[in-house]
Write a protein that binds this ligand. Structure first.
Ligand code: SDX
Length: 427
């Protein structure tokens, strides 16, 4: 046995193997700990727990490094495309020109939805949150695509993966159209993945929609920045749901539900709402004080991260993209100035420095999405659209792992010990 970790507890000395990956922290293999000691480990927020091994994404939180299959996010954002990053996340290597062409063609042929799924939208109020619609429609996909729901069949897993990646833009665009009372736009497959999404969202049947290449590139880059992020809450949700053998559509619906929370993907919507509430830079000190006040539940949305204790590399690219899009569109937004000022003040404040709170991926994204024309309620749905490839890649990795078993954590029980039932007349 190589390096080991020795634990002396309950009068016992136990030894467990230390496992090393290719890069990053080693892990202590505690799978036998309960059998060895009769004790569980205790880590409610999984702050020190590796739930799996994975070869897809690596994050060095201290250095602000994010790699997808070894490629730095900054290089992928600058040089790659979302379709190429999808191929990379799913297959582990960058595609050749022909491989990318075949993959893109395959995905484009799955962009249409079963026509009866359109009926789901009319069951919602027009002001339903797009994430509520996404949870419902994606969860229902297994009722229409049962021919790709058998998780034991690699071919069906591949088809389900392609269907999910391809149909999320259609589902998201339809949620937006439904909310504004415009007709649904069918996919137009001679457009790029992202161009197709923009046309389904902002095009109307009454006239031709011309995709703006600047917006298309910015949107494609935003999708790349959101594609995957190691074992975050929603990805862990997808893995746990998948560990029971649930069909892939149900697993992704579970991931969507988890992403919706304001502590996770819902932060992009909350961050822009917060910036609008702050309004002008002179109000920033008041909100910084609230964020630091232990008695005030307010937090700076778009700030802080469980893993990054340095600047989130995605936020760096996102801020650069705001500048590029604003310049190209010849627009400005006072909210961006407020955001930049807020970042400057926060990063010079001892509270944020000591707690290593930096802007994360959600801090600037809403500013661009708003400039492109999306309402804040669509922001998390766009995050879910992009993150679907990460969820699907991680789900496939888990399902095809021969050691895979159902995830079933234990607990520290703090409830009542055994006691006898008391009839109501004696209570
Ligand atoms: C995403 O995991 C991922 O990879 C997620 C994600 C992905 O791509 O999948 O990166 C996407 O979810 C980004 C995070 C988006 N969420 C937000 O922006 C919401 C605001 N941020 C937080 O609520 C918080 O920072 C979390 C949820 C992101 C991280 O929380 P942790 O790691 O559990 O840290 P914590 O809540 O224990 O905070 C540590 C300390 C606390 O103070 P103390 O109790 O130690 O005194 O920092 C403080 C917190 O009060 N703190 C903040 C703060 N975030 C943490 N104080 C003010 N404002 C904040 N934003």
């Amino acid at each position: 046995m190589g390096e080991t970790a020795k634990i002396s507890v309950a009068g016992k000395d136990v030894e467990n193997a230390v496992m090393s990956g290719t890069v990053g922290p080693d892990v202590i293999d505690i799978r036998k700990l309960y059998a060895q000691t009769g004790m569980f480990t205790y880590d409610p927020g999984f702050t020190s727990t590796a739930s799996c091994d994975s070869a897809i994404t690596y994050i060095d939180g201290d250095e602000g490094v994010l790699l997808h299959r070894g490629y730095p996010i900054g290089q992928l954002a600058e040089k790659s495309s979302f379709m190429e990053v999808c191929y990379l996340l799913l297959n582990g290597e960058l595609p050749s020109k022909d491989e990318l062409g075949t993959f893109s063609h395959t995905i484009s042929r799955h962009t249409m939805l079963h026509e009866q799924l359109a009926n789901f939208y009319s069951g919602f109020r027009r002001d339903a949150h797009p994430m509520a619609i996404m949870c419902g429609v994606v969860g229902a996909l297994s009722a229409f695509y049962a021919d790709s729901a058998d998780v034991t069949d690699p071919y069906q897993r591949m088809i389900a993966s392609h269907r999910l990646i391809a149909k999320m833009p259609t589902i998201a665009a339809m949620a937006y159209k439904y909310s504004i009372g415009q007709p649904f736009m069918h996919p137009k497959n001679d457009l790029s993945y992202t161009g197709n999404f923009l046309r389904m969202t902002f095009g109307v049947p009454a006239e031709e929609y011309v995709v703006d290449p600047v917006i298309e590139k910015a949107m494609d880059r935003i999708f790349i920045l959101h594609a995957d992020h190691e074992q975050n809450a929603s990805t862990s949700t997808v893995r746990l749901a998948g560990s029971s053998g649930a069909n892939p559509f149900a697993c992704i619906a579970a991931g969507i539900a988890c992403l919706w929370g304001p502590a996770h993907g819902g932060a992009n919507e909350a961050a822009l709402n917060m910036l609008h509430e702050i309004g002008t830079p002179d109000k920033i000190p008041e909100y910084i004080a609230r964020a630091k006040d232990k008695n005030d539940p307010f937090r700076l949305m778009g700030f802080g991260h469980r893993v990054y204790k340095n600047y989130d590399p995605r936020a760096t690219v996102m801020q650069q993209t705001v500048r590029e899009v604003f310049k190209a569109m010849n627009v400005s937004d006072p909210v961006f100035d407020t955001a930049l000022k807020l970042e400057e003040i926060a990063l010079s404040d001892p509270y944020f420095i000591e707690k290593k709170l930096f802007p994360n991926v959600d801090f600037y994204s809403g500013i661009i999405l708003s400039a492109i024309g999306f309402p804040t309620t669509m922001f998390t749905a766009l995050f879910a659209l992009a993150r679907t490839v990460g969820w699907v890649a991680q789900w496939n990795e888990m399902i095809s792992d021969p050691q895979q078993k159902i995830g079933r954590p234990r607990q520290l029980y703090t409830g009542a010990t055994e006691r006898d039932y008391v009839p109501v007349e004696k209570r």
